[in-house]
Write a protein of this length. Structure first.
Length: 364
């Protein structure tokens, strides 16, 4: 596929549809160190929805709730629970990106729209991807405000202690069995992206379950979206559990990068974030598996942080438990020290940890 005639600068933001935006914003502020920087609601002229914009480093999250009944937002929450509706991308030409995708077979979710306020103008346009998820193209070439036109600056009234989270490393989409390849083909055809990394059920399996995964990346590899699907197993995989409770394909987790994972995880744990646990035995042969590392293994063990290495270096990662009532969306905290991979060597330990939680929920 020819290269797309526009450039992607990176992840712009991820928008969550949630039952109570104010409480969700407060939760992410207090537990994960996000500043609440902007607001859209009744006071700004929005009569049907309310949104809060959260920021930490280069990460922007938007939490949105409906203000009235019988809305698309309300339907999304009723079907999926709290979840990510929009993985927005910053581009140099939103209308050009939208036109290119439509010409290549994508379905429009929102035609190009120019929005303005006293800080300038921006252009937005959206396309459908998998399940009910969309990608919105955001062009801010002439906008100087804190987020987008229609939002006012928000002052929480107290200082927020950040957790050192820097940027979105990747966003993971789960698919029903048999739909991974068609979705990857979609990203190749519509966006001109390429397959950056892949594993199958021979690489990732436990006694009970397994998965297949292909990481799709844009031309400059700033944006990466792993696409997962369950593989046949003795029992239900965590991918299938997600599909059962989300009811369609959707965003399973956000991976957020940090320059000091030990400090970030310590702060988040202190703030009440619950992480998946790792057996002490995982660390017994860690040096044999990954070689020498800078971090104190006993500290990593106490926090449950996983380590993996590829030909470029190593990486450290840990996963939260689901952050809402349904066992769907969670977060990954990741620190890369040269490695460009996705923790293939940790998948078995991760899956077994998730399966322990599935067993507690009666879903294994």
């Amino acid at each position: 596929m020819n290269q797309a005639p526009y450039s992607i600068k990176g992840f712009d933001h991820c928008e969550f549809y949630v039952g109570n935006a104010k409480q969700a914003a407060y939760f992410y502020n207090k537990t994960m160190g996000f500043n609440i920087i902007a607001y859209c609601g009744l006071e700004t002229g929005s009569r049907d929805k309310v949104s809060y914009v959260l920021n930490q480093g280069k990460i922007f999250l938007v939490v949105t709730s409906p203000m009235i009944k019988d809305t698309e937002i309300g339907y999304h929450i009723d079907r999926h629970g709290d979840g990510i509706k929009d993985v927005a991308l910053t581009v140099n030409d939103a209308e050009g990106a939208w036109k290119s995708c439509i010409e290549r077979g994508a379905k429009s979710a929102m035609s190009p729209l120019e929005i303005k306020d006293g800080n300038g103008q921006a252009v937005m346009a959206s396309i459908h991807t998998f399940g009910d998820t969309i990608h919105t193209f955001i062009e801010r070439n002439n906008y100087k405000g804190s987020f987008l036109p229609g939002y006012s600056e928000y002052n929480l009234g107290s200082e927020t202690e950040t957790c050192g989270l820097a940027h979105i490393d990747h966003v993971v989409g789960n698919q029903p069995d048999g739909e991974m390849q068609p979705i990857c083909d979609f990203y190749e055809r519509v966006f001109g992206w390429h397959r950056f990394w892949t594993v199958d059920d021979k690489d990732i399996n436990t006694e009970y379950s397994s998965l297949r995964s292909i990481v799709m990346a844009n031309d400059n590899e700033i944006v990466k979206i792993p696409i997962n699907e369950p593989a046949d197993g003795i029992r239900k995989s965590q991918i299938q559990e997600f599909i059962d409770y989300y009811e369609t394909a959707g965003i399973q987790h956000l991976a957020l990068s940090t320059k000091d994972i030990v400090q970030s995880v310590e702060k988040m744990k202190k703030n009440g974030v619950q992480f998946l646990t790792t057996p002490d035995s995982y660390y017994d042969s860690l040096i044999e598996r990954v070689g020498e590392i800078d971090e104190d293994i006993e500290v990593l063990k106490s926090l449950g942080i996983l380590v993996d290495r590829d030909e470029n270096g190593y990486m450290l990662q840990i996963f939260t438990k689901p952050l809402q009532d349904r066992p769907t969306l969670f977060f990954e905290i990741i620190q890369r020290k040269g490695s460009n991979s996705f923790g293939k060597g940790n998948f078995k330990a991760l899956f077994e940890s998730i399966e322990r939680e599935q067993g507690k929920r009666g879903n294994l």
